[in-house]
Design a protein around this ligand. Sequence first.
Ligand SMILES: [Zn+2]
Length: 188
Amino acid sequence: MDSPVWARLVAAHEDARRVPSGGLPEHLPVAAVLACSDARVPPSVIFDQPAGSLFVVRIAGNTATPAALASLDYAVAQLGVELIVVLGHSECGAVQAAATGTCGGHLAPIVAPICEISRANPDAPPARLVALNVTQAVRDLVEHDGPTGIAARSGALEVRGAVHDLRTATLVDLTSSTIQPRIPVETP
Ligand SMILES: [Zn+2]
């Protein structure tokens, strides 16, 4: 059975279809983004960037999992990306799950790292946990053994953390690895 939503998506795709007149764009992405899967925070829309501009890795909770790190390593090593933005957002379901102690089961690969932050900061309000979670991902990238971490620690790559507020559509710039090579996080 075909979902009516699929039919709507196919029709929208046809309406929006633009075949590149001069072939595929040859420019490389200007940045990579590690963002949450939440449908309300599409990085290309938030940063108003055209197709081809951003190399986007999305995973619930914008957690720097091994697969996310491997994808970002590809962007750094093969595409020469010089900026990675870890983009968190307000009202993040993954952060809320961790804050309410939903840490195991099928969600564990996503929320377990956030649960560690939550346990270390039991009095932190949700917005603070979102920011700490982004900061942790920034630190995970900078300390990574692969190309991302190597480039960040050498200064060839900037890793920046930011939070998008869904209600005000504002962007809070949290950290920059070029300012602070080792990102402190409030863990014991
Ligand atoms: Zn989220």
